[in-house]
Design a protein around this ligand. Structure first.
Ligand code: ADP
Ligand code: MG
Length: 621
């Protein structure tokens, strides 16, 4: 084919794809425009996760009637005049691409009135084509309504996730801007529900109380200057200046999602700087736990390039190491007085393996109730076999015997048996396993017919709980533990939004949650599988799991939730198990339909065959 210049409508659709990847990116661009227009009241409205409709309204300076058509032109901007301006960008937008891009892949209506003009303008652009504009009375400010996003880009439509997921991305975007601009008031209306509102007081802590809840906000310490609102990015400050809040080590999360970073009030994603934050917590948090941090970095705009990416998602620092050090130092300074490291080392010791004396005691302590007897299954395998009975049963099918026909101890070689006498109803795909012991408080060592088997105690228990809960959900319903006194749960908007979005599925898997006004919920019950766990933690950890989760193809929302719950409820690595407990765990695993992997797909067991062992020891060939 000959080389041809693309027709403008195709070129612009390609370019639009770089700026508008999903509804949340359109919302981001529109919010940036409102902020650049000095609005202090910004309202965001979303329907069907932004696909049907998204609207951003502001009380900013508005667009003069004569300039409205230009606003939709590509590379048309009021924010840059010369190439020099690119060297020190003080606005959030500057590329003049957003409105043009959004309008080329949606149906856009703009209503605006400039503060100095008497009449406003209503304009409509459809798939990049100008439809109409007319004078129209309007309050000073601008409202952009975007309908049927990607209606003319089927490929992009296919990649959109469920409305709830897209809505969550939009909410996350609004939350970030609310943190960066505490002196402006943001509200987010999602499917007709007020999902979030910031106060606009200018105090970052007020925004964080809204977002994280009072409980978490109490565990925040200020970084840098006291919270006196944020000075406009000062061009004089060449050195990076870092301020904001970080959590005490008592406040931790299962991932880095609550490390929020801003550069000159622009939300940024930066792995290196996130690492600078976690580094400052070294030895203060348990392995696998991450801090909460909201850090605003101010730097001379001349020392940073924000023009790296069409969506302005990445930035490049002239001196990245200086910024890294500034972040690390600021966080460290905030923590050092309040949470000395020495005191916290104690936690880490407990996290490591218990000593052998503890372990022996646990092994001797055969009579205590099994932690696995949470949901007794019907049939004789429901109660753990007593030690004597199980011992006898297991010796009878120790198939991993040496090839010699008559063992020295006089026992006759065991004949192959279809099922354990202790658990006659097992229709297992697993062979019968004899427990040998526990390894590193993480693995169960067992002997099977073909060799040695190592079972990951956590993964195995996850699988067991998962199948029990899924069966219960399909049948009579998931066992619930109801509270004597319902407890009031005030998780902050970040999490309260998740409760609302997942209310039905949460109920289906055993939670009883009732709206209690604003962002508050009443917890009346949690899935019984959580056992003695603090019900508040049970709800929090489940929500954390949802926030963490990627959509799992082919799985129902309930199954995904059950997997999240089981991961948190299952016995952990590091927990000492007695012989009867381990036996009971294996008997239950044998009765699972897919005993070989946990609900997240990790293997539950590894095997070292008799043949492999013989080879390794040089007994054969
Ligand atoms: P950019 O923000 O990079 O300049 P956009 O395509 O986002 O490009 O917007 C084009 C222009 O339209 C802006 O430069 C600004 O002058 C005007 N504009 C867009 N949104 C608003 C708004 N909410 N309030 C006032 N002016 C706006
Ligand atoms: Mg813009």
């Amino acid at each position: 084919m000959p080389i041809r210049v693309l027709p403008p409508e195709i070129a612009s659709r390609i370019a639009a794809g770089e700026v508008v990847e999903r509804p949340a990116s359109a919302v981001k661009e529109l919010i940036e425009n409102s902020l650049d227009a000095a609005a202090d009241e910004i309202r965001i409205e979303v329907r069907e996760g932004g696909r049907r409709l998204l609207r951003v309204g502001d009380n900013g300076q508005g667009i003069p009637a004569a300039e409205v058509p230009l606003a939709f032109e590509r590379h048309a901007t009021s924010k840059l005049t010369s190439a020099d301006d690119l060297e020190h960008i003080g606005t959030l937008g500057f590329r003049g691409e957003a409105l043009a891009s959004i309008a080329s892949v949606a149906q856009v209506t703009l209503l605006t009135r400039h503060a100095d003009e008497a009449a406003g303008t209503l304009a409509r652009v459809d798939g990049g084509l100008w439809v109409a504009s007319e004078p129209k009375g309007a309050p000073a400010g601008t409202t952009v309504t975007v309908e049927n996003l990607f209606y003319n880009v089927p490929a992009r439509l296919k990649f959109l996730r469920q409305p709830a997921t897209e809505a969550a991305h939009i909410a996350a975007m609004v939350h970030r801007f609310a943190m960066a601009f505490p002196e402006r008031r943001f509200s987010l209306l999602s499917e007709g529900r007020l999902a979030f509102q910031s106060t606009g007081t200018g105090r970052l802590l007020d925004v964080l109380i809204k977002l994280l809840g009072l409980e978490a906000a109490r565990q925040l310490v200020p970084v840098g200057l006291e919270d006196v609102g944020i000075p406009e990015a000062s061009a004089a400050a060449a050195l990076p200046h870092v301020h904001g809040y970080v959590g005490l080590p008592s406040l931790h999360r299962s991932n880095r999602n609550q490390i929020f970073l801003f550069l000159n009030r622009r939300p940024i994603q930066d792995r290196t700087l996130a690492f600078a934050v976690t580094e400052a917590y070294r030895n203060r948090l348990m392995v696998g736990r991450y801090p909460v941090a909201v850090l605003l970095i101010e730097i001379d705009p001349a020392l940073v390039d924000v023009n790296v990416h069409p969506a302005k998602a990445e930035v490049r620092f002239r001196d990245e190491r200086a910024v890294f050090r500034a972040v690390q130092k600021a966080v460290h300074a905030a923590l050092v007085d309040i949470a000395p490291v020495a005191e916290l080392r104690h936690d880490r010791l407990q996290w490591q393996m218990p000593d052998w004396a503890d372990r022996r005691q646990a092994l001797l302590d055969a009579g205590r109730p099994s932690p696995f007897a949470l949901q007794p299954a019907p049939g004789p395998q429901a109660t753990p076999a007593g030690p004597a009975e199980a011992e006898a049963g297991e010796h009878a099918h120790s198939w991993f015997s040496p090839p010699e026909p008559a063992p020295a101890n006089g026992h006759p070689p065991a004949p192959p048996q279809p099922a354990s006498p202790a658990s006659p109803q097992v229709t297992s795909m697993l062979p019968i396993l004899r427990v040998v012991g526990q390894l590193g408080t993480m693995y169960i060592v067992a002997e099977g017919p073909d060799g040695m088997v190592l079972i990951d105690q956590h993964a195995a228990h996850e699988r067991i709980l998962f199948e029990q809960m899924m069966a219960a959900q399909a049948g009579l319903g998931v066992a619930q533990q109801t509270m004597l006194e319902p407890l009031v749960f005030e998780p902050g908007s970040l999490m309260a939004g998740l409760v609302a979005e997942n209310a039905e599925a949460l109920a289906a898997v055993g939670f009883a949650l009732e709206p209690f006004g604003g962002d508050s919920w009443l917890v009346r019950g949690v899935p019984a599988v959580f056992g003695a766990t603090d019900p508040r933690r049970a709800v929090e950890e489940t929500l954390e799991g949802i926030a963490d989760g990627r959509d799992v193809a082919g799985e129902t929302r309930e199954a995904a939730l059950v997997a999240i719950i089981c991961k948190r409820a299952a016995v952990k690595a590091g927990q000492v198990l007695s012989m009867p407990e381990m036996r009971h765990l294996l008997r239950q695993l044998e009765s699972c339909q897919s005993p070989g992997s946990c609900p997240h797909g990790r293997p539950t067991m590894l095997m070292l065959s008799a043949a492999q062992l013989e080879r390794e020891f040089g007994r054969h060939g």
